[in-house]
Design a protein around this ligand. Structure first.
Ligand code: FES
Ligand code: FES
Length: 170
């Protein structure tokens, strides 16, 4: 049985109102109903991270969340982080360090990367311990662990880590 519900959210700083089938995911609401196609659908099952957006300051997989759960929430997508000519520092660092090849995973990688640096600043614990870090150094291992939900089929991982390290150090 189809059920339609009204929904208000603040998306990239702008108040938006929608009427949606209650089964619509946040990802489909963004892409299909608000034409914010920067957020990508990779697996639609919480396995790739391409759909990562920032909700009330925290990253989530938008494919795993129903839109109607987000009444009143503040949502930031890649379009809200920065625009051509006015890039977010993380977007600029991805460009500088070649943090992508096909670019399909990139909006999710960047939303995650921005959130990860905030998580580190706020002391959100990581699964990685000093023992695992070994000679490679904790920060790189920790970044990789925290980014492990974002899959890149092109394998741009080391350049993504370089971009994040530069922004973290800035
Ligand atoms: Fe959401 Fe893959 S599309 S995790
Ligand atoms: Fe192609 Fe990541 S740049 S999937």
């Amino acid at each position: 049985v189809e059920a339609i519900m009204p929904l208000r959210m603040k998306i990239n700083g702008e108040a938006r109102e929608l009427e949606l089938d209650t089964r619509t995911t946040l990802l489909d609401a963004l892409r299909e109903h608000l034409q914010l196609t920067g957020t990508k659908k990779g697996c639609d099952h919480g396995q790739c991270g391409a759909c990562t957006v920032i909700v009330n300051g925290e990253r989530i997989n938008s494919c795993l969340s129903l839109a109607v759960q987000h009444e009143g929430d503040e949502i930031t997508t890649i379009e809200g982080l920065g625009t051509p000519g006015d890039l977010h520092p993380m977007q600029a660092a991805f460009v500088k360090h070649d943090g992508y090849q096909c670019g399909y995973c990139t909006p999710g990688q960047i939303c995650s990367a921005v959130s990860v640096l905030k998580e580190i600043r706020n002391g959100v614990p990581s699964h990685v311990t000093d023992d695992l870090a070994g000679d490679i150094g904790l920060s790189n291992i920790e970044l990789r662990e925290r980014m492990s939900g974002n899959i890149c089929r092109c394998g741009a991982y080391s350049n993504i880590a370089e971009a994040m390290t530069e922004v973290a150090e800035a």
